[in-house]
Design a protein around this ligand. Structure first.
Ligand code: SAH
Length: 245
C-alpha cells in the first residue's frame, strides 16, 4: 500500500495501521468478486490503490473534518464497487453513509464487503437516484451527496441536488472536462436550487491528468417536479437545448 500511503500524505491525510489493513481487505474482496462479476476494469494492485482508493480519498480536500463529524449524512450515488463512499467511510468512520446503486450484483458485493470490513452506519440501497429523490425518506435529507463517474454534470445535478438539504452540498469528482461540464450545467443547477461554490483541481501521486472536485451548494429547495422519471435526466438533460437541424 506504499502508493496509497504516499499519495494520501501528499494530500495531507495520514492513514493509520487499521486503515491500511481495511484497504488490503477491500482490495482482496474486489479482485475475488471481480472474477465472477464485472465490477471494475482496474485490477492491478498499484492502480487500484491510486485510481480507486486514493482518488476516492481526495474528496477529503473538499470535505473538511467538520463536515465529516459524527452523524454527518453522506449519500454516494452510483457507487459501483463503493467509490468514493467506502474509502471515505474507512477513514471517517463516524459519518452515516448511504450507498445508492442501480445494479443488483454490485449491491450484493457491497453488502458482503461492508460485512467483511465490519463497517457500521452504512446502508446500501438498490435503486435509481431519480426514484429516491422523489421519496420523503431520502429527499432533502443529506448534508453531502457525492458521485464519481456516473453522469455528465447537467444530468448528475438532477440525481444529486434533490437528495441534499438546503445548506448542504454536492461533490462531483470529475476529470479534465470539469470546467466545460459545469458551464453546461449552469441552468440545471439554478433550476434545482444549487449554486456553484468552487472547482478544486487535484493532482494525484503518479497520475498525469488533473482531476477536479466540483462543489455545488444547495441554496434553495428543489422544485417538486424534479427529479424527473428514471432515464429522463440523462435523455433530456435540464437546461440543454438540442441543436436545431
Ligand atoms: N462511482 C463508481 C462507479 C462508477 S460506474 C466509481 O467511480 O468507480 C457508474 C455506476 O452508477 C454504475 O454502477 C451504475 O449502475 C450506477 N448508476 C448509473 N446511473 C444511476 C442512477 N441513476 N441511479 C443509481 N445508480 C446509477
Amino acid at each position: 500500500m506504499e502508493r496509497l500511503i504516499r499519495g494520501t500524505r501528499e494530500l495531507g491525510i495520514s492513514l493509520r495501521e487499521e486503515h491500511i489493513s481495511l484497504f488490503e481487505t477491500y482490495y482482496r474482496e474486489l479482485i475475488e468478486w471481480n472474477r465472477r462479476f464485472n465490477l471494475t476494469a482496474i485490477t492491478d494492485y498499484e492502480a487500484v490503490q491510486v485510481r480507486h482508493f486514493l482518488d476516492s480519498l481526495s474528496c477529503l480536500l473538499a470535505l473538511p473534518a467538520s463536515c465529516l463529524q459524527v452523524g454527518a449524512q453522506v449519500v454516494d450515488v452510483g457507487t459501483g464497487a463503493g467509490f468514493p463512499g467506502i474509502p471515505l467511510k474507512i477513514v471517517c468512520p463516524h459519518i452515516s453513509l448511504t450507498l445508492v446503486e442501480a445494479t443488483r450484483k454490485k449491491v450484493v458485493f457491497l453488502e458482503h464487503l461492508i460485512g467483511r470490513l465490519g463497517l457500521e452506519g452504512v446502508r446500501v440501497i438498490h435503486a435509481r437516484a431519480e426514484e429516491l429523490g422523489r421519496q420523503r425518506a431520502y429527499r432533502e435529507r443529506y448534508d453531502w451527496a457525492v458521485a464519481r463517474a456516473v453522469a455528465e454534470m447537467p444530468t448528475l445535478v438532477e440525481y444529486l441536488l434533490p437528495l441534499v438539504r438546503v445548506g448542504g452540498s454536492i461533490l462531483a469528482q470529475k476529470g479534465e472536462s470539469a470546467p466545460a461540464e459545469v458551464h453546461a450545467a449552469e441552468e440545471a443547477i439554478r433550476i434545482l436550487g444549487g449554486e456553484v461554490r468552487r472547482l478544486i483541481p487535484v493532482h494525484l501521486h503518479g497520475i498525469a491528468e488533473t482531476r477536479y472536485l466540483v462543489i455545488v451548494d444547495k441554496v434553495a429547495a428543489t422544485p417538486e417536479k424534479y427529479p424527473r422519471r428514471p432515464g429522463i435526466p440523462s435523455k433530456r438533460p435540464l437546461g440543454i437545448t438540442k441543436p436545431q437541424r
